[in-house]
Design a protein around this ligand. Structure first.
Ligand SMILES: [Zn+2]
Length: 306
């Protein structure tokens, strides 16, 4: 309750002062807990008008420094995020944490380069960016009609767990086995007791599977056991109740696993499965038709060897 009231007040106050993305009707940045801000991404795919500002981005202000969790989906998106931070604090951005390598989360990195922060990522993130970064850059450039920016390989790698101290404010980082992607990292803002889940948590927007279905189900089960009451999803509202908000995603992923397993057992060809699997979930998710076929294909590839 307290959190929601603060959030509303923060959103109302910042509406007047901070038109971060002028193309959008309202300021998408809200303070979801004292010192923890979320830039709310919109539920669309990247396009020229939205500048790929489609993922939730976060920043945490400590006593001595600021950490950004995901720098944005394009150079323009990163610059807007940098301006939103500058409007709230003069402290330097010392860390830019990347929750994974998808373009809507990392292509804003360039906006932070002048102040030389440490870029932080999963130990496998450099591998992902090396193999996909240029492909993403070109694809995004075509969509945006301009140079998309560049991705920044992490200088600090997390394998297991790590901590960042912002001065009186500690962030706990955890690198996960393959799940949403091959290199997912989550952050706990210890002061606020909030999980910043990256794309391990989708709320309302259909998830995209790019790592391991079985792995994602297992990681989500582990995260759901954390003794926390709120989370920031990679896509969805800026703040959600935890672990309740994970339930629809857990349901989606287990239904996908079970239906794909059944289809494989019955020798249903993939071409047929992509149009029939997961129909029960269709009305529950935005952008379902854009991603479901790909998710079924990924799940088939993974589960046909079981
Ligand atoms: Zn993602």
């Amino acid at each position: 309750m307290e959190l929601s009231r603060r959030r509303l007040l923060a959103a109302a106050g910042s509406c007047l002062a901070l038109p971060v993305l002028p193309a959008l009707a309202q300021d998408p940045v809200s303070e979801v807990a004292p010192g923890l801000f979320v830039r709310h991404g919109i539920d669309q795919d990247a396009n020229k008008a939205n500048r790929d500002a489609i993922a939730n981005l976060a920043f945490v202000i400590g006593r001595q420094a600021v950490a950004v969790i995901d720098p944005g989906g394009s150079r323009a998106d990163g610059e807007a995020l940098r301006s939103a931070i500058a409007a709230r604090t003069n402290l330097p951005v010392r860390w830019v944490v990347m929750t994974h390598g998808h373009p809507d989360h990392v292509f804003g990195a360039e906006a932070f380069l002048p102040e030389k922060p440490t870029f932080v990522g999963h130990a496998r993130l450099p591998e992902v960016l090396a193999s996909r970064g240029e492909y993403y850059r070109q694809g995004l450039g075509r969509i945006l009609g301009t140079d998309a920016g560049t991705v920044e390989p992490p200088g600090k790698l997390v394998d297991g767990k790590a901590e960042i101290d912002l001065g009186g404010r500690v962030l706990e980082l955890t690198a996960h086995p393959p799940a949403h992607t091959m290199a997912d990292l989550t952050v706990i803002d210890v002061g606020a007791q909030i999980l910043i889940a990256g794309d391990l948590l989708f709320v309302g927007r259909v998830p995209s599977l790019d790592g391991s279905l079985k792995g994602w189900i297992a990681v989500l089960d582990d995260l759901a056991r954390l003794p926390l009451e709120h989370a920031v999803p990679g896509h969805g509202p800026p703040l959600v109740a935890w672990p309740e908000a994970a339930k629809p995603l857990q349901h989606y992923l287990t239904a996908l696993r079970d239906e794909v397993k059944q289809a494989i057992a019955k020798n249903v060809p993939l071409e047929k499965a992509v149009t029939s699997i997961g129909r029960g979930e269709r009305g529950k998710w935005k952008l379902f038709d854009d991603y479901q076929g790909r998710n079924v294909t990924e799940a088939y590839r993974e589960l046909e060897w079981d």
